[in-house]
Design a protein around this ligand. Structure first.
Ligand code: SF4
Length: 598
């Protein structure tokens, strides 16, 4: 079976020489049936999957990267659920939500998670891959007769399932909503819990503010409170962790588990694997090719599902979804886990204090070695970014005037104004002239996997929040710098992208013998990437304390003790797992003071 997808927003048949049509071997063989031709109605190409032989020549010839052809196992055709347009994205398989259980979904972005949610919420009637036909609710029920989904869709189509949905892109909220936070929460509050929940999550100081004037983290918490305050039968949380620090992530995960009614369905899409693991009762892995096709796996137990995802192999489907497994190298003790590739000091600082707009930060002495990645952990508003900016100015002061330190910074919040140039291409070339050349590390490791090569002609003002974050991260990583400060590099990235970015950061600091400071709230990424960590404590917005860098185990123990959370290791993959509060492991690890197992 073949899936041929054309991204019509990229396809420009009036500007190219129609290479896709001219070079197609089926077309050239002068058979009566063509595999690809111009549709007389749209003036754009159309690919006939039943004639196409899947040689991929058109994909390689297209100067705008508008085509994708995937050859898939024939068995998948029985699982076709939905198709957008003639040569559009195709979804196979649907997860089965279960009452009273949190269903976690893990997978790359762009492989149909949103489509899946829309179908399960009854917002989209699936056409079962037949894009020519508009399917009806009765047809859907007929298709699922005899399966677990039949009863579920019966309820959905008889309006017995009310949906509460926490959307993915929280920063879009101020564009569509205005008014006081308390008024918006009161409107959403059908269970009489909104204001109490808001105060539990530290939102009391912003209740009287307009929703247009609050931060991403506050917006995230407000939307979670609003969703939990609805009386619903299906609760959907799409990336509930973005913009939240570790303490807030664990808190909202506990609230979701506690407050979603037992007689309701709930679905969580999340890329922080430690959090997803903590939140979910079951896992569905979604795999495929972003923008081309996506497949929902069978339902696995949480531990098995996440481990199979990291292994890159789904046993129930007998399907390899990635060439290499992802492993957290816990047993290794390479030098980089203990103070950088070399122990040669790269930057050193004495204790110092910064006072800024009523905020005070006291910093203990420390150093970073060449090739070292130091993780920075602590709540939002505790001075993490202030600290690294100060380091940069301290290094610059020690240099001759004409020798500025080459510093690369990815801020936490990204807007079009932070970019120096107008288009994606100009910004990438400006950061690294080789970034759009195939075969270079910048292109192969960053620009291509992030899909930025497809957006090269776009202006930054036209990009979505996720695309802006990816561009900002790409620009900061591909720069030839001496010091990197990456504030939440994992924001908006899916699990695979997070882990590949983590590898890039580790590799580039080691190979160039430079140092990186990474502010990150995804503890699996900190664990995967950092040799040492700095723990920031104190009262956000008032007074922060930055401890000296500590070995990973010591630092994590200190940090997790403050949060009163314990982690254990998964024996197969080495990934860190959060212990359920008051479980045997939790109590035992607290007793012996091992909050974090290495
Ligand atoms: Fe023609 Fe299909 Fe080959 Fe494209 S992949 S060149 S449409 S046969």
């Amino acid at each position: 079976m073949r899936v041929a997808v054309i991204d019509y927003s990229l396809c420009k048949p009036t500007k190219c020489n129609l290479e896709c049509i001219r070079f197609c071997p089926v077309n050239r063989s002068r058979r009566s049936s063509k595999a690809i031709e111009i549709d007389s109605n749209t003036g754009k190409p159309v690919i006939y999957e039943n004639v196409c032989i899947g040689c991929n020549i058109c994909v390689k010839k297209c100067p705008y990267n508008a085509l994708e052809i995937e050859n898939l196992p024939d068995e998948l055709s029985k699982l076709a659920i939905h198709r957008y347009g003639k040569n559009g994205f195709k979804l196979f398989g649907l997860p089965v939500p279960k009452k009273g259980e949190v269903l976690g979904i893990i997978g790359k972005n762009g492989i149909g998670k949103t489509t899946t949610i829309r179908i399960l919420a009854g917002e989209l009637i699936p056409n079962f891959g037949d894009k020519e036909r508009k399917a009806s609710e009765n047809e859907v029920l007929e298709r699922f007769r005899g399966t677990e989904l039949f009863e579920y869709f019966q309820k959905v189509y008889s309006k017995k399932i009310k949906v509460a949905h926490k959307i993915q892109y929280v920063e879009l909220v101020p564009r569509y909503l205005s008014g006081k936070v308390s008024t918006l929460l009161e409107k959403a509050d059908e269970r009489g819990i909104a204001i109490k929940l808001a105060s539990e999550l530290g939102l009391s100081p912003v209740l009287e503010r307009d929703v247009k004037n609050i931060s991403g983290g506050e917006l995230q918490k407000i939307l979670i409170v609003a969703t939990l305050s609805k009386k619903a039968d299906l609760y959907i949380f799409d990336e509930p962790s973005s913009f939240l620090d570790v303490r807030e992530r664990i808190r909202i995960a506990s609230l979701i588990r506690e407050l979603v009614p037992k007689e309701s369905y709930s679905i969580v899409i999340e890329h922080d694997i430690a959090l997803l693991d903590y939140l979910s009762d079951n896992i569905v892995v979604m795999y495929g090719e972003p923008g081309v096709y996506g497949v929902a796996s069978k339902t696995y137990s949480t531990r098995s599902g996440i481990n199979h995802f990291l292994d890159g192999y789904l046993p129930a489907e007998n399907m390899r979804i990635r060439k290499e497994p992802i492993r957290f190298h816990v047993s290794e003790a390479p030098p980089q886990r203990h103070g950088g590739k070399s122990n040669e000091i790269y930057i050193e600082w004495r204790d110092f204090t910064i006072s800024l707009d009523g905020f005070r930060l006291d910093v203990k002495p420390g150093s970073a070695s060449k090739g070292e990645v130091i993780g920075i952990l602590g709540p939002n508003g505790i001075g993490k970014t202030t600290f690294v900016k100060k380091l940069v100015s301290m290094i610059s002061e020690d240099r001759p005037e004409d020798e500025e330190i080459k510093f690369s910074y990815k801020p936490q919040y990204v807007s079009p104004e932070i970019f120096e140039k107008k288009t994606v291409e100009e910004n990438l070339i400006n950061a690294n002239p080789q970034s759009l050349s195939t075969g270079t590390w910048a292109y192969e490791d960053i620009v291509r996997p992030f899909g930025l090569y497809k957006l090269r002609e776009r202006e930054v003002s036209e990009l979505s929040g996720g695309e802006l974050q990816k561009l900002a991260l790409a620009v900061s990583l591909i720069k030839d710098a001496e010091l990197y400060l990456l504030d939440e590099p994992s924001a908006y990235l899916d699990v695979e992208e997070r882990l590949s970015v983590a590898k890039v950061i580790r590799r580039l600091t080691e190979s160039r013998s430079v140092a990186a400071f990474v502010v990150e709230h995804d503890l699996s990424i900190i664990d995967y990437i950092c040799s040492r960590i700095m723990v920031f404590e104190g009262k956000p917005g008032e007074h922060g304390f930055a401890n000296s860098p500590m070995e990973l185990r010591e630092g994590m123990n200190k940090f997790l003790k403050i949060l009163d959370i314990t982690f254990r290791r998964d024996p197969s993959t080495g990934r860190p797992r959060i212990n359920k509060k008051d479980s045997y492991n939790d109590r035992e690890q607290k007793r012996i003071g091992e909050y974090y197992y290495i």
